[in-house]
Ligand binder design. Sequence first.
Ligand code: DAO
Ligand code: DAO
Ligand code: DAO
Length: 205
Amino acid sequence: SDSASVEPKTGATFPNALDGGSRRLLGLGVRRKSVFGLKNVDVYAFGVYADESDVKRLSENYEAHSSPELKENKDFIADVLEQDLRMTIRLQIVYGRLSIRSVRSAFEESVGNRLQKFGGSDNKELLQRFTSLFKDEYKLPRGSIIDLSKEPGFVLQTRIDGKDVGSIQSKLLCQSIFDLYVGEDPFDRKAKEDFKLGLASLVKQ
Ligand code: DAO
Ligand code: DAO
Ligand code: DAO
């Protein structure tokens, strides 16, 4: 429809815009995880959003390059993720028995790996600051919505079902989280490709 899109593998629905219309949906994907090394489960569907006016403003830095050149350039997305660009990753839980404990341990693995990649080894404190937001009393039943938003000045804001659960100012944390979805080795390749195409089409509008 005009106002929402459906992630086809899970049937999860995502609004085409957030934040009063300024953050636009550019890519959809699924986060899968193997359980006990046996089978893969779909844990959540996700949508990648970027602020239209920020993309237009920042695109001036890339004007000298043609779009095919940018699409093939590996460093391009890495460069985009270093910009002060408002973005949101919306997660919609599809796995019905997610415990906060498994969220915390999956998170330490995936985000911990990226913190190491971008920041070196000494990031335990940052990881702990973030995981301490995940209180044991939170419940994440199927259908729960988590928004991870990058706000101006590299502030990562987390919301669960619309309720603010905390913000952390860290460029490294922002880079690490968004890299999972649209970086070098993303959870879902299609989401990353659509994100790149979407950036280019926003610039041309
Ligand atoms: O119940 O332990 C289990 C298996 C489920 C896999 C959990 C993966 C968690 C992925 C992170 C979710 C972040 C919202
Ligand atoms: O899928 O491995 C992954 C990364 C998940 C990152 C997002 C986790 C945020 C979860 C907040 C839950 C609070 C209870
Ligand atoms: O029209 O050939 C062209 C230039 C297209 C540029 C496409 C990507 C620009 C993306 C800028 C993103 C900034 C955050």
